[in-house]
Write a protein that binds this ligand. Structure first.
Ligand SMILES: C[S@@+](CC[C@H](N)C(=O)[O-])C[C@H]1O[C@@H](n2cnc3c(N)ncnc32)[C@H](O)[C@@H]1O
Length: 255
């Protein structure tokens, strides 16, 4: 039976890669690399660094071209379903053609596979199609909220309180309530504009990498600095990933 390992690699620092992940990578005969277009070249370059540093020579890589997605379809749900089906077909074909019956393949997933990553869902869809059978195992990695917390030397949740994780797109509709802690990911740069000035922010870009930038303070005081540092990183690197924790003070409490 084929085996697929879904391995979390952390958020851009090769030293995030765990001992368990290194052992798993060295069991793989084939690494499946998803080509999401030029914007993702920097991410795949870090994957290559990790393979060169931690994996014994002799492995193969198979590139999967991510099918293009219609971002402004007339029928949104239909277009998303079509895109998911196309991805499942592309992944299924790569596994069937690129991995022998008893082979071991691996996907190196940014951060941890459990958070805003589609690899496990796509592999479920591939299995549901029934064209190719395989076992699947997950090796966890350091996720970006953890890397952000480490960069700020902080605890993400208030004492005994929940933590909400959301996207930049959803933040305007559901801003932090009083006392609530909210992690914001997948922001295109506009999310903080919708949040009131008194909210505390702990922001980080490229966290865990040599280009790491962090800013903390009340939004009214640091919003412009965050925008400027984000723009500078994007101009210098061609891409930037950022994440923040927002906490709206309850009764004047800050952290
Ligand atoms: C597609 S999601 C992948 C998340 C990933 N699976 C994880 O565990 O962190 C990409 C988002 O993760 C966050 N992210 C990932 N790496 C980051 C980094 N090094 N610095 C800041 N944010 C990062 C950003 O919010 C980015 O938009």
């Amino acid at each position: 039976m084929r085996k697929i390992l879904v391995i979390g690699i952390g958020t851009g620092n090769p030293e995030h890669v765990t001992v368990q992940a290194i052992a798993a990578m060295n069991r793989a005969d084939v690494f499946f690399v998803v080509d999401k277009g030029t914007g993702a070249a920097g991410l795949n370059a870090i994957r290559e660094q990790i393979l060169t540093r931690f994996v014994k020579p002799g492995f193969r890589t198979v590139t999967i071209a991510d099918p293009p997605r219609d971002r402004r379809p007339a029928d949104y749900e239909g277009a998303v379903a079509d895109w998911h089906a196309a991805r499942a077909r592309a992944y299924g074909a790569a596994i069937a053609d690129g991995l022998g019956e008893d082979g071991c393949g691996a996907f190196l997933v940014w951060g941890d596979p459990s958070l805003y990553d589609s690899t496990l869902r796509i592999l479920d869809a591939v299995r549901a199609e029934g064209r190719v059978t395989f076992d699947c195992a997950v090796i966890p990695g350091i996720a970006s909220p953890q890397a952000l917390a480490a960069a700020h030397r902080m605890v993400l949740n208030g004492i005994g309180e929940p933590l909400r994780i959301t996207t930049g797109r959803r933040l305007a509709a559901t801003p932090p309530a009083e006392g609530e802690s909210v992690i914001v990911m997948l922001d295109d740069g506009g999310a903080l504009a919708t949040i009131d000035d008194g909210t505390f922010v702990w922001w980080g870009a490229c966290v865990g990498t040599p280009d790491e930038a962090v800013v903390a303070g009340r939004l009214g005081e640091v919003r412009a600095e965050i925008a400027a540092r984000r723009a500078a990183l994007k101009a210098a690197r061609g891409w930037v990933m950022d994440i923040c924790l927002l906490r709206k003070p309850a009764g004047g409490e800050g952290r």
